[in-house]
Structures are given as structure tokens and as C-alpha cells.
Design a protein around this ligand. Structure first.
Ligand code: PLP
Length: 391
């Protein structure tokens, strides 16, 4: 075996250590000045008005649904092809997830898919748009109705699950500037990381203020405000339902350093995606992602391929063969309509998700990260070409 290539690898540098050291030296380890700075810098990066740090994208999504007053029985559209977090937050509020199919070429939900769900299910409270793999969904469109148009017409609030989509753009605008609330993830394997963490972004000042309070026990004054403010330090009130979803400064310090290199790291992932695209697009038995955005507008969190029905090698076999060559591939995702809890609770039938099924049947995700070397990419492609044989 020439190489041992993991599916994903975190890249940290001295800056992360320096910033964390500063926090340790400061004596203030929980949410404070550094988290605030991370919020400011993040907003500046994507050009949004307000950003709030939280301890995960899951918390961000939960707070988002809460902030728009989602209640028991409300219907919320969510793709079946996503991570459990996108749907589970709907159930936290006893609302009803309406699982939908995807467009096969992009793995995204489309305006047409949302319209179909509206026609079938009637009154919809919100939609959770997942920018799968880092490819922005068609929030707006020049020549037809975009997701925002359909949702506005039907009084549906748009919440974006941008766990994969930093930094991603649509028509030169960063994801985070389209829907009512956008939720990012800084989980350990994401495009930038804080270990665990997330960010909530919105232009709506009132909503952001509500979320700011809810993210820390519903307190009118957080400990940092009490620590640095004037007057009586112990006095605070609980004014909203609250949660413990804040991001400590130690994590924010890692995020600050990662944010400084976000575009540099994206370019390195783009290098990997370009190589895969050039080499794999000529293989008949493999489908590669079809882009509806510019190549450079993609975060390239994932590079997914589909082993199609012209292949004599099945997906699972290809994954095992790659593993024997020292290459770890992954799979995004086993769809939620196949997961026992969702399948049984919502009586889901795979036949209602034909594109998701077609994709799931052959999909696998290839290693893609800034430190992946060109010779490793060549080795991965060679291994795929060796093992993926046409019928
Ligand atoms: C699409 C999607 N949404 C939400 C999440 C949850 O992110 P976090 O781990 O930050 O809660 C993930 C995590 O992988 C994800 O892939």
C-alpha cells in the first residue's frame, strides 16, 4: 500500500495555538470578547449584518426554528438527503418534518420540489434548505422563480442549513445573505472548525436579539455583560425560554484563526475538486456532480461521485477496494427516509424519493481537504479507475 489517505484531515497552524494561548492567559475562558470578535469577522467576511456564535449547527437550527415561533403540528420541509440534525430540530418542537426528494444532478432541493410539497401538504411554516456538499441551492434565479420567490408567495420562512456551505456563493453573494436565518457548522471535519461550534446569521435585528437571549438560558444579561458592565453584578432576569448553546472563547479563538485562512483553504479544496472533475468526468460508469454555480463559488466541502448502473463494480465493493488500497471514502448520506426512526414515525416510503434513492444507491464521497497532495489525488484516481469496471 503506497499511501494511507484518511477521508478528512483538520489543518491547524500556529495562529490557532497563539489565539488559544491568549484566551488561556486572559483568564476568561467562556463566551466573551473573542466570541464577539469571531462574530464580527464572520459577518464582515460574508457581508451579513449580524452573526451569533453557538456551540453547534444543530443548536443554531433549533434556535432558528424557535425564534420564528415554530409550534406543535407546524409543517417544515426538509430534504431526506441530509444529516439527522436538519430534521431532528423540527421534532424538538413537535413540529412535523415534510421530507422531500432532491434534484439528482445537484443533490439539492429546488423551487419545483418545494412547490410540489406545498401542493401536497398545504400550509407550510418553514423550509430548511440544505446547501448539500457546499453547492448553494437556487435561492434566486435570473430566468425563473427561485426558492425565495416560491417561499415568499406562500408565506414560508426560509432557514438555511449551511453546515457545508462556508464559504459558498450564489451569483457572487455569499450563502448567509438569502434566507431569514442561516446556520453554519464548525464541527471538526467542516471547512473551518472550532472543534465543535456553529454560527447563526441573519439581517433581522429583532430575531437576532431574541436568539442572543435564548442561546444562554434566556438571560437578559449574559455573564460577560455582567462581568464588564457597571452597576449590580448579580442581578439578572430570565425573560425568554433559554438553552445552553453558547460558544466558549477557547473555541472562538480557533475559529478566528481558521477564518483568516478560509479562502486559502477553499482554494486548496478546489484544487482537489478540479483534479477529480478532470480525471473522473471521462469515466462512463461514474457520475460526478453537475454544477449550477461557478466552480469557484463552491465551498467544496464534499466531492461526491455516483457509481452508476453501467458499472460492474457495486458502490460498497468499490469502497472496500479503495480501503484495501489505503483510501478512506465516506458516504453522504444514508437518506433519512431509510433511517428507522424517521421511516417508522412518519411512515416514509423509499418510492417517494426516486432521485435520492438513485443517488444513494451509488454514492460515495472522496477525500478532499487542503493538505491532500497532488500525488495522493493521482493515487486515488488511479485506484478508482482500476476498480471501477464497466459492464
Ligand atoms: C447538513 C448538516 N446539517 C447540520 C449538521 C450539524 O452540525 P453540528 O455538528 O455543528 O451540529 C451537520 C453536521 O455534519 C450537517 O452535515
Amino acid at each position: 500500500m503506497k499511501y494511507k489517505i484518511p477521508f478528512s484531515k483538520v489543518v491547524t497552524e500556529r495562529k490557532e495555538l497563539e489565539y488559544v494561548q491568549d484566551v488561556l492567559n486572559s483568564g476568561w475562558l467562556t463566551t466573551g470578547n473573542v466570541a464577539k470578535q469571531f462574530e464580527k469577522d464572520f459577518s464582515k467576511f460574508i457581508g451579513s449584518k449580524y452573526s451569533l456564535t453557538v456551540n453547534s449547527c444543530t443548536s443554531a437550527l433549533h434556535l432558528a426554528l424557535n425564534a420564528i415561533s415554530t409550534k406543535k403540528g407546524d409543517k417544515v420541509i426538509v430534504p431526506s438527503l441530509t444529516f439527522a440534525a436538519s430534521a431532528e430540530v423540527i421534532t424538538y418542537l413537535q413540529a412535523e418534518p415534510i421530507f422531500v426528494d432532491i434534484d439528482y444532478d445537484t443533490c439539492l432541493i429546488t423551487p419545483e420540489i418545494i412547490q410540489k410539497a406545498i401542493d401536497e401538504h398545504g400550509d407550510i411554516k418553514a423550509v430548511i434548505v440544505v446547501h448539500f456538499g457546499g453547492h448553494a441551492a437556487m435561492m434566486t434565479s435570473d430566468n425563473k422563480k427561485g426558492i425565495l420567490d416560491i417561499c415568499k408567495e406562500n408565506n414560508i420562512t426560509v432557514i438555511e442549513d449551511a453546515a457545508h456551505a462556508f464559504p459558498s456563493k450564489l451569483n457572487d453573494v455569499y450563502v448567509g445573505n438569502f434566507g431569514k436565518i442561516t446556520c453554519f457548522s464548525f464541527y471538526a471535519n467542516k471547512t473551518i472548525t472550532t472543534g465543535e461550534g456553529g454560527m447563526i446569521v441573519s439581517d433581522d435585528e429583532k430575531l437576532i436579539e431574541k436568539i442572543r437571549i435564548m442561546r444562554l438560558h434566556g438571560l437578559d444579561k449574559d455573564p460577560w455583560k455582567r462581568h464588564t458592565g457597571e452597576g449590580i453584578k448579580w442581578k439578572y432576569d430570565v425573560i425568554l425560554q433559554g438553552f445552553k448553546y453558547n460558544m466558549p472563547d477557547i473555541n472562538a479563538a480557533i475559529g478566528l484563526a481558521q477564518l483568516e485562512r478560509a479562502e486559502k483553504m477553499r482554494l486548496e479544496r478546489q484544487r482537489c475538486a478540479e483534479y477529480y472533475t478532470n480525471e473522473l468526468s471521462r469515466i462512463d460508469c461514474i457520475d460526478i456532480p453537475k454544477l449550477k454555480v461557478n466552480f469557484s463559488d463552491h465551498s467544496w466541502y464534499l466531492f461526491t461521485i455516483v457509481v452508476n448502473d453501467k458499472s460492474n463494480t457495486l458502490r460498497d465493493d468499490l469502497m472496500n477496494l479503495l480501503e484495501t488500497d489505503g483510501i478512506s471514502a465516506s458516504l453522504h448520506y444514508r437518506p433519512l427516509h431509510r433511517m428507522t426512526y424517521y421511516k417508522d414515525t412518519y411512515n416514509l416510503d423509499a418510492q417517494d424519493f426516486p432521485n435520492t434513492e438513485k443517488y444513494y444507491h451509488g454514492c460515495l464521497s472522496l477525500p478532499i481537504y487542503p493538505s491532500l497532495k497532488n500525488e495522493e489525488l493521482e493515487y486515488i484516481v488511479k485506484s478508482i479507475k482500476k476498480h471501477c469496471v464497466k459492464k
